[in-house]
Design a protein around this ligand. Structure first.
Ligand SMILES: Cc1cc2nc3c(=O)[nH]c(=O)nc-3n(C[C@H](O)[C@H](O)[C@H](O)COP(=O)(O)OP(=O)(O)OC[C@H]3O[C@@H](n4cnc5c(N)ncnc54)[C@H](O)[C@@H]3O)c2cc1C
Length: 289
């Protein structure tokens, strides 16, 4: 049962929604409600006011902008992202990720914005969006700001968003090379996941690479040593180059030991998932510039 009493508001503009939540954060944005209502029923979260953001215009759009970036509205459900033609064409790995989040009920109403703003570490989209070098657009009473996906989640269930800032959309450059994603899960949520995005020069060497490991710790983390060896590496040498630095890179990760497993086990899984991503990426046709 939901605790009572609390007010319920249905604003029709972003400005009204931000004002309704209030500077002190005594109200909360309500999107799909899949995390929020559970947490309220469990008495983990209490709020004076739920501010329903379903009627706000423009938050459910997916588009390619003039800067060749893909924009995904924060109110897009996992199901909508999975089915979207633009996402399927340019980032099939994101489409497939969203098609496999949670269960059909959660995918139908749960949104990418709610997923990011809740800051639950065992999540899929934050890792992928960090690998895609996404920025998250926040709108509050003082205006709009962009936060890198890498910096958005501060820790477990904690983000840099102010209580009265609305996440409006997620923006990332249209990928120009392979984007790959693997996850391992015991239950409903991922225990470890790895996302990778690279682009390749005309001479088949890697010119940019981002590798992120998620769910393993409080927030997605870069595998910096792996990214460093990938830069300038010929596609044919990628596997052997990574193997040299992999153990040290995995050793640097900040890992939570929890019911999903111990630290060594999770590091091992991250290494396996990374090498499977690499196998896929080297064989992909979108390595051609
Ligand atoms: C059974 C189950 C299984 C799951 N499995 C997975 C899984 O495998 N992988 C995975 O990644 N996730 C998983 N999830 C999490 C799921 O993805 C999220 O529950 C969902 O995306 C949250 O979106 P929502 O719209 O329902 O958010 P809500 O519950 O409405 O909101 C969540 C939080 O975000 C805030 N918020 C929401 N939207 C905004 C916004 N636009 N701006 C600012 N603040 C906002 C709310 O105030 C609240 O604090 C699972 C959840 C459940 C219940």
């Amino acid at each position: 049962m939901l605790p009572s009493p609390f007010a319920f508001e249905k604003p029709t503009t972003i400005t009204e929604a931000i004002a309704a939540v209030g500077e002190e954060g005594d109200g909360m944005f309500y999107s799909g409600g899949t995390e929020l209502l559970l947490a309220m029923k469990m008495r983990v979260i209490h709020t004076e006011r739920l501010v329903d953001i379903k009627a706000l215009p423009g938050l459910d759009l997916i588009a390619l902008n003039d800067a060749n970036e893909i924009e995904v509205g924060a109110r897009c459900t996992h199901k909508n992202i999975a089915a979207n033609a633009l996402i399927r064409q340019h980032v099939p790995a994101l489409s497939s990720l969203c098609a496999n989040v949670a269960n059909v009920r959660v995918r139908s109403v749960g949104t990418v914005g709610g997923n990011l703003c809740f800051g639950e570490p065992h999540a899929d989209p934050p890792t992928m969006l960090a690998a895609l070098n996404a920025r998250l657009m926040l709108q509050g009473p003082k205006g709009t700001r962009a936060v890198c996906a890498d910096d958005f989640i501060r820790g477990e269930l904690e983000t840099v968003r102010e209580p009265d800032e609305l996440l409006t959309k997620i923006v990332f450059p249209r990928p120009t090379g392979p984007v790959t994603y693997r996850r391992f899960k015991h239950g409903e949520r991922p225990s470890v996941n790895v996302a990778m995005a690279w682009s390749v020069d005309a001479d088949s060497t890697i010119k940019a690479a981002r590798v992120r490991v998620g769910a393993i710790g409080p927030r997605p983390q870069p595998l910096k040593a792996v990214e460093d060896v990938l830069l300038g590496c010929a596609l044919a040498d990628v596997r052997s180059a990574i193997e040299v630095v992999l153990d040290a890179a995995l050793g640097e990760l900040d890992v939570n030991q929890d019911r999903h497993g111990g630290a060594d086990y999770k590091r091992h899984l991250a290494g396996v998932l990374l090498m499977r991503n690499v196998e896929e990426a080297v064989s992909r046709r979108d390595n051609l510039p």
